[in-house]
Write a protein that binds this ligand. Structure first.
Ligand code: HMG
Ligand code: MG
Length: 319
């Protein structure tokens, strides 16, 4: 069935023809690693991902190294990567100091990050939601003046590790505030991977009433194994931008127990099967996932990646 167009799939007819995958492994995937990953390995990972065809890679964060030590080499990473013209290199910037680092590091896009949950906002960026928005006002203004793309990422849209339930109204409220700041794109994030497909449909449908669906993205962690059905539900609502981490790397340092983002290889395998274009070479992503898993000495968290690697090894053995 590979290569068939989306139209062949009856009930799934309305899926977008093309999807943008934002590869967040180098940032979200590595930020919670306890052992320091060398700058060289981070750079090699980004370079491999650039070669694989991603149009947007989240490279690092210009945050306090006291809060997230793993991202302390942000400037060095940004100075050392091989850039490709068509790739958007994004970085997280919680404040003006972060923005200055991003500009010096020649980032194409900066990401302000807030939450739909008060409790998570306090733990992650040490301020209330309202304070975070006030702090982002000058960041957003300066980013626009510098000609950078601006993305807003919203944590805990489906549940919070500290306060539990999060209302749809509070998700819509922060989306509206980020829209006012001039965000080009807004991420609806399931930080702890608790959401399920019906909830995702409801939140995405409501969100599309306050921000254009073509500029909303889905950022799903896979803690409860729900990320792929959640992506399918979001696709059916019209979302065409998704975040994922090569080899399923990661977790948020301020969301205990949360595992990595959905694995990029698994998302690509599903999208390829649905005939949805991404422009990304799955085999190169699998090789990048194998590379980083070996470097950080962790099992590869992508099921499609592991299966396809095992198949390649089996074919190699029989030759
Ligand atoms: P604070 O302690 O309230 O602020 O932190 P501060 O201004 O008092 O700064 C504390 C220290 O950090 C000072 O150093 C500052 O100079 C320094 P000291 O004087 O003590 O030596 N500092 C910085 N250093 C480098 N770059 C900077 C910077 N800013 C201050 N930009 C702050 C507030 C926001 C800085 C802190 O809470 C922070 O950095 N938080 C980042 C947390 C983080 O990165 N979390 C993970 C990313 S979000 C995520 O993963 C979710 C997402 O994936 C979506 C999802 O899944 O939900 C996006
Ligand atoms: Mg995340």
């Amino acid at each position: 069935m590979m290569g068939d167009t989306v139209e062949s799939y009856g009930a799934l007819k309305s899926l977008p023809k093309r999807v943008k995958i934002v590869e967040v492994g180098p940032r979200d995937g590595l930020q919670a690693e306890k052992t320091q990953v060398s700058t060289q390995v981070k750079v090699e990972l980004v370079n491999r991902l650039s070669s694989a065809g991603f149009e947007n890679i989240e490279v690092t964060s210009f945050v306090s190294p006291k809060w997230v030590p793993q991202m302390g080499d942000a400037a060095d990473v940004m100075a050392s990567i091989n850039r490709r013209d068509r790739v958007i290199y994004s970085v997280l910037t919680p404040n003006l100091r972060g923005l200055e680092g991003a500009i010096e590091g020649r980032a194409d896009e900066v990401v302000i990050f807030g939450a739909a949950s008060e409790a998570f906002s306090q733990r992650n960026i040490n301020c209330s939601i309202a304070e975070s928005v006030s702090r982002f006002v000058p960041v957003a203004k300066a980013a626009k003046e510098a000609g950078l793309r601006l993305r807003g990422s919203i944590s805990c849209c489906f549940g919070c590790p500290y306060q539990g339930e999060v209302s749809v109204a509070s998700v819509l409220d922060i989306i509206a505030r980020f829209a006012e700041l001039g965000c080009d794109e807004i991420d609806i994030a399931d930080t702890i991977g608790v959401g399920t497909a019906g909830q995702v449909s409801d939140v995405v449908r409501a969100a599309s009433g306050v921000f254009p669906i073509e500029r909303l993205s889905g950022h799903f962690h896979d803690t409860y194994g729900q990320a792929l059905p959640n992506i399918l539900a979001a696709l059916q609502e019209g979302i065409s931008i998704f975040h994922s981490s090569v080899a399923g790397l990661g977790g948020c340092p301020y969301a205990r127990g949360a595992t990595g983002n959905v694995a990029t290889e698994d998302v690509l395998y599903m999208l390829n099967g649905l005939g949805i274009e991404t422009g990304i070479d799955l085999n190169q992503v699998i090789a990048a996932g194998d590379f980083i898993s070996q470097q950080i000495n962790k099992a590869n968290g992508s099921r499609a990646g592991r299966a396809l690697l095992a198949r390649t090894e089996a074919i190699g053995c029989s030759n």
